[in-house]
Design a protein around this ligand. Structure first.
Ligand code: BG6
Length: 473
């Protein structure tokens, strides 16, 4: 049993915001392995005692709800200070953990993945059956992702490498898979004959704040589309796997990513919009614009196609941006019109298409938009109106941070919700085609006011359901 978690980047933002709160919840719910030990690794010199009190202060909000779990988790923590750029120092500092099955979690900047993995490997910490967990981004293009993956494979086998895409840990994303694979009604129509288009929207009100340098080197395309949005697209579009084994699912996702039509230079102008937020008002608060010399986008809208039998001719529209009007993550599947329209009202072409709308954030809802009639005598002819079936789970279990699920799966060795090397590379291959098209055509980065829905040029890329409240299909 893997009972030791080595957490690199333990004083960083990700660890404080998500990983420690998740671990506290898992401790509370007794979901951590028997004899669990946490080795927090960071650059700052301090004793284990000092680290525990530092962390206790930061977990004050968690402690208010569950002081016993915070105490319990803190008791399991030791702290190790080491320079994470120094492979030899890592090997020396972590060698005491070589003899037990462990999970090393690199919540560090991506340029440290390889030096840390090499240090751990030299110390024997990555020997079978120990595992390695990595955050995104794996590289910033195909070439760098290949280099990182090759360097990691030299340290341990792919079957023990867990690449996180935290969207896969979200319960609503797993529900998306359940809905499409667990229902005859959807299975039957899940293809180009019946589906007109698919929209994937990830709108954030948050800005780049505090991550300017990282962001300037990546932009929204690399930060959000390469991973979270293409993973959503792959789950929606993949062929049903023959079973739920990690590799059966990952193989199907990879095939979708490989079938994405590369962005041609001639298409970039009509199929993409890049934007960057200027000053504006978001959620009632005046905010500054994103200013940086790098011509990097905080908003991207794309139209793409999957060139295979199931999806021929179906546009997938992907939109993501920071400092937008509202926080909303949605998948909207719009169906084709019925083959022969019998009704006067609404007139043919003005009916609202059937739509499956899955909202992942901030609330988790599922709605099916249909046409129906409340036949009233004064209407004369049979008049149809849009109506909506609410398929949301009313008794959904306690909401969990996505990382809780992912941490448990990494400790138990289940790779299903982690991204395989070839998936990452196929995603980068497509992203590279977009980047190449942008630079060849000098695609402009259009400024939009913070608090809007992005550049006006992107209006046609936004889902038609935007702004419709729940039940308003
Ligand atoms: C991260 C990106 O991977 O996902 C951030 O680096 C983004 O830029 C975040 O804000 C969004 O995650 P969530 O779970 O809040 O939708």
């Amino acid at each position: 049993m893997h009972d030791t978690l080595l957490l690199f980047g333990a004083t960083g933002d990700l660890a404080q915001r998500y990983l420690f709160p998740s671990l506290i919840h898992l401790w509370r719910d007794r979901l951590l392995p028997e004899g669990f030990r946490l080795v927090a690794v960071g650059r700052q010199e301090m004793s284990s005692e000092a680290f525990r009190s530092w962390l206790r202060e930061r977990m004050a909000a968690e402690a208010a709800d569950d002081a016993a779990a915070v105490d319990g988790l803190l008791r399991s923590i030791d702290y190790v200070a080491v320079d994470l750029r120094d492979t030899a120092a890592i090997a020396a500092a972590l060698s005491p953990y070589a003899d037990r099955p462990s999970v090393s979690y690199l919540a560090t900047p991506p340029d440290l993945f390889v030096p840390v993995a090499q240090g751990l490997s030299a110390a024997g910490v990555l020997a079978d059956p120990s595992r390695l967990v990595l955050e995104k981004p794996i590289g910033r293009d195909l070439a760098s992702a290949r280099e990182i993956n090759a360097a990691l494979r030299a340290c341990l086998d792919e079957s023990r490498i867990f690449r996180i895409d935290h969207y896969l840990g979200k319960a609503a994303v797993q529900n998306l898979l359940a809905l499409r694979l667990g229902n005859t009604l959807l299975e039957a129509v899940w293809q180009h004959r019946w589906i007109e288009s698919v929209d994937i929207l990830v709108a954030e009100t948050a800005g780049v704040d505090g991550r300017e340098e990282y962001y300037a080197g990546y932009g929204a395309l690399r930060d959000m589309v390469q991973n979270h949005m293409l993973q959503l697209l792959a789950l929606i579009a993949m062929e049903p796997p023959s079973n739920l084994d990690a590799d059966s699912i990952r193989e199907e996702k990879r095939k979708v990513l490989r079938a994405l039509r590369p962005m041609g230079q001639a298409d970039a102008a009509q199929d993409t919009v890049r934007g960057r937020y200027g000053a504006g008002v978001v959620e009632g608060r005046a905010v500054k614009g994103f200013v940086h010399d790098a011509p990097v986008e905080t908003f991207v809208a794309l139209r793409t196609w999957i060139d295979n039998w199931r999806w021929a001719g179906v546009p997938f529209r992907l939109v993501t941006g920071k400092r937008l009007a509202a926080r909303a993550t949605e998948v909207v599947v719009s169906f084709k019109p019925v083959s022969h329209w019998l009704f006067e009202r609404p007139a043919r072409g003005r009916e609202r298409p059937n739509r499956l709308r899955m909202r992942l954030q901030p609330d988790e809802t599922v709605e099916l938009g249909l046409m129906g009639s409340l036949a009233a005598p004064e209407w004369g002819a049979l008049e149809l109106r849009p109506m909506s079936l609410d398929l949301s789970m009313s008794n959904s279990p306690q909401r969990r941070i996505a990382y809780e699920r992912l941490l448990v799966d990494a400790l138990r060795g289940n790779q299903t919700l982690f991204v395989r090397d070839d998936e990452v590379e196929s995603a980068w291959q497509w992203i590279d085609s977009v980047e190449r098209a942008w630079s060849a055509t000098a695609q402009p980065v259009i400024e939009y006011p913070a608090g809007s829905w992005g550049p006006a040029e992107a209006a046609a890329f936004l889902p038609a359901t935007l702004g419709q409240s729940r039940g308003g299909q």
